[in-house]
Design a protein around this ligand. Structure first.
Ligand code: GTP
Length: 326
């Protein structure tokens, strides 16, 4: 799996150091999918082993107590009025403002690595404001350069039992996974209300999804688009880790943590290896550029010398001095 598009520094921690670090879970999902409720359940389960960060500037109530809260740094309502923005624009701007201070967050996290095993991050309900914004990319990249990081995509199982909602969610998850290049866990949430069996079948067997689409009785452009997309997504499903959970009852948290463990290993096999290769490539490229510059400099000096000998050294002291200096 190739990965990273942000800055690569040769002063990054080694794999050995990163391996001993807590796993960072970035919790994403469509509005109302149950991210916050599930996070509360997860953090209750993990207790003092986890460190919680809230990145949703517009949330009014949280059922958990975050250790770092974007709302302590950025006043979303003020951003709205000062920059004359609507709700979504204000979320993106608040995230942008917060991302400029993200180095301080990383420093705090660094100081906690010996006492925590998980860093859990809640993101705004307006999924695109985090996943498709520059600040979302900066935050995700910064975290993944210091900690084994995974994306947890929370799905509302009740709504995903409709073929069109299922497809929208999978397309979103797929694009986010390929954009971030991080391992992804799909948490099929709200299983206290609806079994996730049918969704798993659709992921495992393309023909069952086709059958479900036939059952809608529609032969529309939308269905033929869904059919083509389903074929394309087939490969994506095979790379996913998925589990069934309930933010309401806590069911499935253990299964989720097993998925996280395997996603963590995938992080080192895919993302981290690729990142190191890129870093080595960049250093090697830097060396090559240096060598090339040196060659050019030597050639310039040679050319200069040739010119001077052709001129018979008539250019006087100044040029001689330059030559000596070179
Ligand atoms: N029955 C049931 N309800 C749930 C579950 N998870 C969340 N809910 C309900 O779904 C609604 C949305 O839950 P939230 O946790 O606020 O969802 P969210 O994704 O954080 O919402 P946004 O931040 O607005 O995107 C709330 O009414 C929750 O009580 C679940 O596992 N089972």
């Amino acid at each position: 799996m190739s990965s990273f598009t942000g800055p690569v520094s040769s002063s990054l921690p080694s794999e050995e150091i990163v391996r001993s670090r807590p796993t960072c879970h970035i919790i994403v999902g469509m509005a109302g999918s149950g991210k916050t409720t599930y996070m509360a359940q997860l953090t209750r389960h993990l207790g003092s082993e986890c460190y919680i960060i809230n990145l949703d500037p517009a949330v009014t109530h949280l059922p958990y107590t975050p250790s770092i809260d974007i709302r302590d740094t950025v006043d979303y309502k003020k951003v709205m009025s000062e920059y004359n923005l609507g709700p979504n624009g204000a979320i993106v701007t608040s995230l942008n403002l917060f991302s400029t201070k993200f180095d301080s967050v990383l420093k705090i996290l660094e100081s906690k690595t010996s006492t925590i095993k998980h860093i859990i991050i809640d993101t705004p309900g307006q999924i695109e404001s985090f996943t498709w914004s520059a600040s979302g990319t900066i935050i995700t990249s910064s975290l993944s350069l210091s900690f084994p990081t995974i994306m947890t995509y929370v799905c509302d199982t009740v709504r995903c039992c409709q073929v069109s909602t299922f497809m929208s969610n999978m397309l979103y998850a797929c694009s986010m996974m390929y954009r971030s290049r991080l391992p992804m866990v799909i948490a099929l949430n709200k299983i206290d209300l609806q079994s996730s069996k049918i969704i798993k079948e659709w992921m495992d067997d393309y023909s069952t999804f086709m059958d479900a689409m036939e059952c809608t009785g529609e032969e529309s452009y939308y269905n033929s688009l869904n059919r083509s997309l389903a074929m394309t997504l087939d490969k994506f499903y095979s790379t996913l880790k998925r589990c069934s959970v309930s933010g309401a009852t806590g069911e499935g948290v253990e299964e989720y943590l097993q998925c996280v463990d395997s996603a963590r290993s995938e992080f080192f096999e895919g993302f981290w290896k690729d990142m190191e290769t890129r870093r080595d490539e960049k250093i090697a490229k830097g060396e090559a550029v240096k060598k090339e510059s040196l060659k050019r400099l030597e050639k310039d000096i040679e050319d200069d010398k040739k010119l001077k000998s052709e001129d018979g050294g008539e250019k006087g002291e100044g040029v001689k001095g330059d030559d000596d200096g070179a």
